[in-house]
Design a protein around this ligand. Structure first.
Ligand code: 3H9
Length: 692
């Protein structure tokens, strides 16, 4: 039973009860219809209230049921809403906390709606690559008007109930207990006839054609590769141009098409992937956490400053420790400037600006940070430097403080062993710019305590990051994979591509930036530094030397005004560089490689399948908990196109057998050893299975 039925005086109350958010899955839908029948058959019942138990009225259709027979099994949401709307007794929705998607569509099928102040009202289907498919696009414009409804449906953004109080969507918006208010309201309207129905309301918008055309143009320009936003406009247009029942039919057809698209499946994968990432099989959800009321960051450089801003933004005081007064002042000034820019853009109020700036203080003395609940080291990426810092932290930090390293590649177990409390040590790998990028790779050392992990996972949510746990290995999940991607990018240059051609090929797929523009942004010297270490530690790995030659020319990227591309002062636009292209061609000649024309398809396959193959090792070794964690790393930290669902989901979409077949083809070319399929990939492909 996913809804409860009770009679209160002469009013029946149907309470949706399907935790966590009263999703309208098959059992809940059945229970609502049964409740309606019971109420309609009971002569003593004069009116019906529908509400939700726990922390939602309803979060909408049960997304887990999509693309399964349960989604369309009767009673469908349409049937439920028809039963409610066709009721001969008044039905009142008592809305609180969350009323979204199918939940709002159900409420719009009721005769009346009473909402608690602060309830989040939304039709967020577009964010899942679909549109409201149970009458939302037809009924919302009837209660909110064309423009407001279209904005809500195309953006999917929740609106607090009180902001809609003056519209026809709610009969009352109350501060008091919403069920009590809805019962009183139901008693008041029990005998009122005819029963008002949203479907009977006329949309009054004389110049709707011009408005709809304007909306189509705007939405088309913003929708990128996603088909849903424009379909939302078409469905809303039908609310004005078609009879109600025809509009419902049209909406249904669009919904059925969209729910099958890869883009929608990818968005739903990302929705569940984000939530799954915070769960670890061996760290139960009720694991106790350590209170985090203060933070210290070691290093006031770009990374340290960005990290500190995250905590100030969440209202947590941060101390930044530096070695020299000058560096500290410079770092604090940069942070202030960043906040000033946000203030100037109107994205921050003066009050919040002052609060945030005041929450970040500086010090030169380790003793000053001793009482911080967590300290995050963001110093130079060198084991010797990390050793000094962690030995000092072990000496000064209070017992129970979490000692975190922002290392991007180094061995967190080794770092932990510099201390006498390795269970308190963890990796927190932020991505640059650290105050902007969503990803936080949380590196779990062999000895990291479970409560430390649970605390950092909770903290990542508090600072609005997507926390993904990685085991210890060189580069963790993200950078270990990107190395294979970069290697292929380098080989492509030797074999016939220009940086521009490679970048454009992946940018066409939807990448925010190709590998070479990315290198110029991040600084090519960073990869150079890492490769120099690799040449000593892992001489068996081959790299293209083009990136080293570039760095030897002093072309580190945007920061030196030249990298793979040329840059003009004050302009971040990348201009193809004749000098670099000559260097690449000469290097091919030095290697006696005959340059050839390489297709965009080959570029994309070689870059992405290289990521996927390394990811398969990562998954098999248990460095990542699940394939969707790897997708979340790439979607939130590496600009991988959202509509493809991340590298693993993309490979699943292409078909793992096809991936392996392409790899076999590339194995016959130069550096063919890179294309040996990881055992897990080979096995899944052979069995016709997928990663996700
Ligand atoms: C729809 O309605 C289609 C109709 O138009 C047409 C049909 C014909 N289904 O986010 P949280 C789970 S499409 C299944 O961490 P919060 C979620 O996976 C739907 N499960 O909590 C998680 O599970 P777990 C339109 C759902 O308090 C748990 O609930 N609706 C659904 O921060 C807690 O989630 C939407 O798109 C669902 N619909 O935020 C709403 N929703 O604990 C999507 C949530 O196992 N949902 N779960 O990891 C949200 O935006 C937020 O979850 C919500 C709560 C605001 C509701």
């Amino acid at each position: 039973m996913s809804a409860e039925y009770q009679v209160n005086g002469n009013i029946a109350v149907i309470t949706l009860n399907n935790p966590p958010v009263n999703g309208l899955g098959h059992s809940t839908r059945t229970a609502i219809v049964n409740g309606m029948k019971q109420a309609l058959n009971d002569d003593a019942v004069k009116a019906i209230v529908i509400t939700g138990a726990g922390k939602a009225f309803s979060g909408g259709a049960d997304i887990k049921e999509f693309n399964s027979p349960k989604a369309s099994a009767e009673p469908s949401l349409h049937t439920v809403i028809n039963v409610v709307e066709g009721s001969t007794k008044p039905v009142v929705a008592a809305i609180h906390t969350v009323c979204m998607g199918g939940g709002l569509e159900l409420a719009l099928g009721c005769n009346y709606r009473v909402a608690a102040k602060g309830a989040q009202i939304a039709l967020p289907e577009v964010k899942l690559g679909i549109l409201p498919g149970a009458g939302g696009t037809q009924r919302l414009p009837r209660v909110l008007g064309l423009e407001m409804a279209l904005n809500m449906i195309v953006s999917g953004t929740p609106v607090p109930s009180e902001k809609l109080a003056r519209t026809a969507i709610f009969n009352e918006v109350v501060e008091a207990d919403v069920l009590t208010a809805a019962l009183a309201f139901a008693a008041k309207v029990a005998d009122v006839r005819p029963l008002p129905r949203v479907r009977d309301i006329k949309i009054d918008y004389p110049n709707y054609e011009a408005y709809l055309q304007f909306s189509r143009n705007t939405v088309r320009a913003m929708a990128g590769p996603f088909p849903a936003p424009l379909k939302c406009v078409e469905a809303v247009a039908a609310a004005v141009t078609k009879k109600f029942d025809d509009g419902i039919k049209f909406e249904r057809e669009l919904f059925v098409d969209l729910v099958q698209t890869t883009e929608s499946k990818a968005l739903r994968h990302a929705f569940f992937g984000e939530r799954a990432a915070s769960k670890l099989p061996d760290v139960p959800e009720d694991t106790p956490t350590r209170p985090i009321k203060s933070v210290a960051v070691i290093g006031a450089g770009t990374m340290g400053g960005g990290i500190a801003m995250n905590f100030a933004n969440a209202g947590i005081p941060v101390q930044i420790l530096e070695m020299k007064q000058e560096a500290l002042e410079k770092g604090l000034a940069t942070i202030r400037k960043n906040y000033e820019n946000t203030l100037k853009k109107g994205k921050l109020t003066q009050e919040k600006f002052e609060q945030r700036v005041a929450l970040i203080t500086g010090t030169l003395a380790y003793e000053d940070i001793a009482q911080a609940d967590i300290v995050i080291e963001a110093v130079f990426e060198d084991m010797g430097v990390k050793e000094q810092v962690f030995k000092k932290l072990d000496e000064v930090m209070k017992p129970g403080a979490i000692l975190a390293s922002n290392t991007s590649t180094l061995d967190v177990d080794k770092i932990a062993d510099f201390t006498k409390r390795p269970e308190d040590v963890i990796g927190t790998h932020f991505f640059s710019p650290a105050n902007v990028m969503k990803l936080l790779e949380i590196v779990r050392g062999k000895k990291t305590a479970k409560d430390v992990l649970a605390t950092v996972l909770g903290l990542s949510k508090k600072i609005k990051k997507t926390g993904v746990v990685s085991g210890v290995c060189d580069g963790f999940i993200g950078n270990r994979m990107i190395e294979q991607y970069s290697r292929q990018a380098g080989f492509l240059l030797e074999e016939g591509c220009t940086p521009e051609q490679v970048d454009k090929a992946v940018e066409k797929l939807g990448f925010a930036m190709g590998p070479f523009r990315m290198g110029d942004l991040a600084g090519n010297d960073i990869g150079w530094y890492i490769r120099k270490r690799r040449y000593v530690e892992k001489p068996q790995i081959t790299y293209s030397k083009t990136a080293d030659l570039l760095c030897e020319m002093g072309r580190y990227g945007q920061k030196t005004g030249a990298g793979w591309y040329d840059y003009k002062p004050g302009d971040r636009k990348a201009y193809p560089s004749a000098v670099v292209n000559d260097m690449i061609i000469k290097h091919s000649a030095d290697l006696s490689v005959e340059r050839r024309k390489i297709s965009d398809q080959e570029i994309v396959e070689r870059l992405i399948f290289a990521l996927v193959n390394e990811a398969a090792y990562i998954l098999e070794e248990g460095i990542a908990t699940r394939a969707s964690d790897i997708d979340m790393v790439y979607l939130t930290g590496y600009g991988f196109p959202l509509h493809t669902g991340g590298p693993m989901f993309y490979a699943d979409t292409v078909g793992l057998t096809n991936v392996v077949m392409s790899m076999e083809k590339y194995a016959k070319g130069r550096h063919g050893d890179a294309w040996k399929p990881a055992p897990l990939l080979a096995k899944l492909a052979a069995e016709g299975k997928t990663f996700n």
